[in-house]
Design a protein around this ligand. Structure first.
Ligand SMILES: *Cc1c(COP(=O)(O)O)cnc(C)c1O
Length: 388
């Protein structure tokens, strides 16, 4: 048989996460690759899901999502950010942020449109844009004084008459950058000048450190009306397997996205929706404690990686630390991460796979710190053998 996969998806093989996680299992390595926590979410929220199942919340929920969750999201947005979204019409529950982003791109971008994203970028963006027949235009983030950022002139130069939307992920995976108000202002001004829609991926909105606060792009002047604000429960509550996300946006944008979403999945799982509504209303203190714990883990891993000889870049948010591998005498992160399991029994992710210009990320490797302290310590002990 000839290649059955449609041509627009042929550039997308199995993801690096599948490859590296399989390697971790095969070699018995410690997996600091994929960013999932190795501890559970808040117990009462897990109980709420069980209770939802045994008490019969097992049939199709309404297409836009269960009203209780839409209400809880609305209250959370208002309470945290002063953003008002009507539960009825301005909020759509999705199967994780991944579906929210895919449905938004499919609903809002014509074939041939251009979508700007900052590289390194979360891998589903490129696939969603390709599925829509649109074109990803990557603006590169580079370390400046130990923190990844973009050049506003390069961003401006990336806009063409075909540009339809910009994907903005802050706190940013995989660099750990939390965009400042100045960076967001540059993005916001460009969106308004060029008439762009902003699709924001804010799944790490609660996971920021050192007093750095997440600022939603929709809170900047003139941005609420043109922003599709995406978040989800997975990272906030350490339930990445629940795949429950949501979009907040003006009604016309929500209607457009829902038109696509209804034929992808129609609706999202009922029990998780009820449990996440409970979480948003009752477990934000648990989330603060999670965040404090993650800050310690970040520092623990950063110290260890520095001792092992990596140059370490300090993240202000997310679960991830970027390292420059050149001080250890390596130059290619993909080569190194493929050998790392056999060399020392640790799995990490080569950052270059998240670029359209892989040479710009060749010397970076990403490590996740959302792991138990003893797992981080053992990984560090092993990584120290690299320079021994
Ligand atoms: C984990 C992650 C997602 C996916 O979120 P789900 O709710 O699991 O679909 C999206 N964007 C970024 C940047 C992520 O790290």
């Amino acid at each position: 048989m000839t290649e059955p996969l449609v041509s627009r998806m042929r550039a997308f093989g199995t993801t690096i996460f599948a490859e590296m996680s399989a390697l971790a299992v095969q070699t018995g390595s410690i997996n600091l690759g994929q960013g999932f926590p190795d501890t559970d979410g808040p117990a009462a929220m897990l109980d709420r899901a069980v209770q939802a199942i045994v008490s019969g919340a097992n049939q199709y929920p309404p297409g836009p999502g269960i009203p209780e969750l839409r209400q809880a999201v609305s209250e959370h947005r208002a309470g945290h950010y002063g953003l008002n979204y009507a539960p009825d019409g301005e909020i759509l529950v999705t199967v994780g942020a991944t579906e929210a982003i895919a449905a938004s791109v499919l609903a809002l971008c014509e074939a041939g449109d251009e979508v700007i994203a900052f590289e390194p970028y979360y891998d589903s963006y490129a696939a969603s844009i390709a599925l829509a027949g649109a074109r990803l235009v990557a603006v590169t983030m580079r370390p400046v004084e130990g923190r990844f950022t973009f050049d506003p002139d390069e961003l401006r130069a990336a806009v063409t008459p075909r540009t339809r939307a910009i994907l903005v992920n802050s706190p940013h995976n995989p660099t750990g950058t939390v965009f400042t108000r100045a960076e967001l202002t540059a993005i916001a001004e460009l969106c308004q000048e060029a008439g762009l829609i902003a699709i924001t991926d804010e799944v790490y909105e609660h996971l920021t450190f050192d007093g750095v606060e997440h600022i939603p792009l929709a809170t900047l002047p003139g941005m609420r009306e043109r922003t599709v604000m995406v978040s989800s429960a997975g990272k906030t509550f350490s339930v990445t397997g629940w795949k429950t996300g949501w979009i907040c946006a003006p009604a016309a944008l929500i209607t457009a996205v829902q038109t696509v979403k209804q034929f992808l999945t129609f609706t999202a799982s009922a029990p998780w929706q009820l449990a996440v509504a409970y979480g948003l209303r009752n477990e934000l203190e648990w989330v603060s404690a999670l965040c404090d714990g993650l800050r310690h883990k970040r520092d623990r891993l950063m110290d260890g990686l520095a001792t092992a000889g990596f140059e370490v870049l300090r993240p202000s948010g997310t679960y991830f630390v970027q390292t420059d591998i050149r001080p250890l005498g390596f130059s290619d992160g993909l080569e190194l991460t493929r050998r790392l399991p056999e060399l020392v029994g640790v799995v990490a992710i080569p950052t270059q796979v998240f670029y359209d210009h892989p040479d710009r990320g060749r010397h970076f490797v990403r490590f996740a710190f959302c792991k138990k302290d003893e797992v981080i310590d053992e990984a560090v002990t092993r990584l120290k053998r690299l320079s021994a």
